[in-house]
Design a protein around this ligand. Structure first.
Ligand code: SF4
Ligand code: SF4
Length: 443
């Protein structure tokens, strides 16, 4: 794609990067066929190619974003399906990140939108605040249908509708500390605590720690780490996202330089994608770029790490049919597709994948609250294709997808590590009871 940035514009490293990305796009349009919003809405401006044109125009003319541009860029899920499809290697992720920062800096959103975004940014990344908010949502939930009829309050209604009720207690492993390996130690890893997941489903990291320590891996909950910054990053709140990233880089660097880490493991793929990108995110920060790149280089989704450990063959086959949903952040953002399925099969699950596995379920961070109508349609499609597999369980590796899909189906939804832990002697995930052996006998 031809661009017409001035030399003065190109002196800005952000603009220079955007220009480089724009030039790689050859307008072929292959990406449109796999873009969930284009498939659903059929509007070129809701396709990757259309959005790339909008971003080009906005940045090249160095002018504030227009209402039209904001509408179509806000509708992008950042699912990155387009990056998997693109034959030209267009880095849409970094381009849309820049567009969002530009929008945040130059566009004045309506008051209700600003308020909702500020609330999400100030609540979700902080577990204590999020726990309190969930309690408040219990009171407001009955009013969700009423609020949904008032256009400006639709996101609030969606948030209340999605709230799962009272927080699910706390993980036994939430506080900073070290959980020793059973038997001979094979590796030492940090396990990201994150922000929303420990509130919504603390059993995920409990299962991960049981599983890892059983397999001879020492797990550390690092002092001082916090939210990965993804939630605010996707809202274009660059400074807040960078502050979260620097905080984590400092915390993990202390641990790497101290007792040492073989890997930083993440059980929420929506967090893994930005952490793997910290090196790029902080590339212009001389004090952090090298440390951030080092952190990114040892960050792994937990399935990527587990697949290297050779799970013991002793794990009993469960004979349960699992419909595996591949989170976009895992399959498109991190290009991790095989390991979760391989692991589930290795411990005896029958695993099936739905039709159109590349399409997003509509969760996408805060998208299901801010763009609830599109998110609901994507959820209905995804639940339909998953239920068509007649599964006993739906599995995913991202809490956002689990909450989104779980709100639309009666089939129990579990995290991949909960199922692996269950198969290897841990407790049953929510929706099942008893140990794996008991479940196997009953089956
Ligand atoms: S990130 Fe997803 S929704 Fe956004 S343009 Fe690409 S494919 Fe479409
Ligand atoms: S597939 Fe890639 S090169 Fe083709 S239009 Fe889409 S982004 Fe551009």
């Amino acid at each position: 794609m031809q661009t017409h940035f001035s030399l003065a514009q190109l002196a800005d490293p952000h603009v220079a990067e955007a220009e480089k990305i724009l030039r790689t796009c050859v307008h072929c349009g292959f990406c449109t066929a796999t873009c969930p919003t284009y498939v659903l809405l059929g509007d070129e401006l809701d396709s990757p190619r259309g959005r790339i044109y909008l971003i080009k125009d906005m940045l090249e003319n160095d002018r504030p974003a227009t209402e039209q541009e904001v509408k179509h860029i806000d509708r992008c899920l950042s699912c990155l399906s387009c990056m998997t499809t693109c034959p030209s290697g267009v880095n849409y992720m970094h381009l849309v990140d820049q567009a969002r920062v530009h929008i945040e800096k130059t566009y004045v959103r309506p008051a209700h939108d600003r308020l909702m975004r500020a609330m999400l940014a100030k609540v979700l990344p902080y577990p204590h605040r999020f726990r309190l908010a969930l309690m408040g949502a219990m009171v407001g939930k009955p009013f969700a249908p009423l609020l949904a009829k008032i256009p400006g309050l639709k996101p609030l209604a969606a948030m209340l509708r999605l709230s799962p009720g009272l927080p699910n207690g706390r993980s036994h492993h939430e506080a900073p500390g070290t959980f020793p390996a059973q038997g001979q130690r094979r590796a030492r890893v940090a396990l990201l605590r994150g922000c929303a997941q420990p509130v919504l489903r603390p059993s995920i990291d409990d299962a991960a720690i049981r599983l890892l320590t059983r397999l001879g891996v020492e797990v550390v909950r690092v002092e001082g780490e916090g939210c990965c910054g993804a939630l605010v990053h996707h809202m274009g709140r660059e400074e807040e996202a960078h502050a979260f990233a620097r905080n984590n880089v400092d915390a993990w660097t202390r641990e790497m330089d101290g007792p040492g880490l073989d890997a930083i493991l993440v059980t929420t793929s929506g967090c893994g994608t930005p952490i793997k990108d910290y090196g790029h995110m902080l590339r212009l920060d001389a004090a952090y770029k090298d440390k951030a790149a080092r952190v990114s280089s040892i960050t792994r989704d937990i399935s990527e790490f587990l697949v290297t450990l050779d799970l013991p063959k002793a794990a009993a086959p469960l004979g349960r049919r699992v419909a595996y949903h591949s989170a976009c952040s895992l399959q498109h953002g991190q290009k991790v597709k095989g390991p979760p399925v391989e692991l589930l099969r290795a411990v005896g699950f029958e695993v099936a994948e739905p039709f159109d596995p590349h399409l997003c379920c509509g969760s996408a961070g805060t998208y299901n609250m801010l763009q609830s109508e599109i998110a609901d349609q994507l959820k209905a499609k995804k639940v339909g294709t998953l239920e068509a597999l007649s599964p006993d369980i739906i599995a995913a590796g991202n809490i956002g997808c689990m909450a989104q899909i779980g709100s639309g189906t009666g089939v129990p939804v579990a995290h991949t590590v909960e199922l692996l832990d269950w198969a290897m002697g841990g407790p049953a995930p929510a929706g099942f009871s008893g140990t794996a052996k008991a479940a196997q006998k009953a089956a």
